[in-house]
Ligand binder design. Structure first.
Ligand code: FES
Length: 250
């Protein structure tokens, strides 16, 4: 199914999701989940469509999606194995579990097997520390991992009998789902949608005087003052003026 057809199919569901919230932008995460469920990843087309429906900039959608390890911005394997590397899991032998997965799958962190079945990632605490060592398979929890369990689990996934269903896979995955532009200096380390956006990561919106709240905090907070002038050397003259007004740049 091509994307325009999928979009028309999902549009009523998207509208129903938006209607549940006072602020339309609150629908962002559930809408991306919906598209990911059908495409197997959060495609650029899906992010553009969601931005349009919510009247947000593409930069806002991309920066939200890239923040969460629950979203994949490139095609992934049918089973995404996210194994915890948090402290409780480490104390319960996570390192051995990671080594076992890597050896059994023949891949490492953030990689996908050549047959497109498995993607593997070591993630931060999954908030199930009482059942360490643990993981998520296609975002569903699996607890108390042992090598024997891992063998049975991988075998069941290969034969299509595992209790957690495979992800939709509308495109063949590459060797990794890392998005290159995240690390490209030419884009200032920002995603494509953030290029040319004056403030794609607006942390606090505008306050009543039209000043970005984060900048106001920085200019007013005593402990930042010493370095504020230096920091502001290359930014908006209007912000620099606030610093002068407050007599805070020395
Ligand atoms: S440390 Fe693994 S779930 Fe918390």
């Amino acid at each position: 199914m091509n994307f325009p057809v999928l979009l028309e199919k999902l549009r009523p569901q998207c509208e129903a999701i938006i209607a549940q919230y006072e602020q339309p932008r609150s629908a962002l995460l559930p809408m991306i989940h919906l598209f990911q469920e059908h495409e197997g990843y959060a495609s650029p087309e899906a992010m553009r469509a969601v931005a349009e429906m919510l009247q947000l900039s593409l930069a806002v959608v991309e920066s939200t999606v890239s923040f969460y390890t629950l979203f994949f911005r490139k095609p992934v394997g049918k089973y995404v194995l996210q194994v915890c590397r948090g402290l409780a899991c480490q104390l319960n032998g996570a390192e051995d579990i990671h080594a076992y997965f890597r050896e059994r799958l023949g891949i490492g962190h953030l990689q996908t097997t050549a047959d497109g079945i498995f993607s593997y990632e070591e993630v931060e605490c999954l908030a199930a520390c009482d059942r360490a060592t643990c993981m998520q398979v296609n975002l569903e929890f699996v607890y108390d991992l042992t090598p024997q369990m891992i063998d049975q689990m991988l075998e069941a996934m290969r034969t299509g009998t595992f209790e957690i269903p495979p992800m939709a896979q509308t495109q063949e995955p590459g060797p990794t789902w890392i998005v290159r532009q995240d690390t490209q200096v030419s884009h200032g380390g920002k995603s494509i949608g953030a290029v040319d956006q004056p403030n794609p990561n607006n942390a606090g919106g505008l306050d009543k005087d039209g000043v970005i709240m984060l900048d106001r905090i920085i200019t007013q907070e005593q402990r930042f003052r010493g370095r504020t002038k230096e920091r502001l050397a290359n930014v908006e003259p209007s912000i620099a003026a606030i610093v002068d007004q407050n007599g805070s740049a020395h």
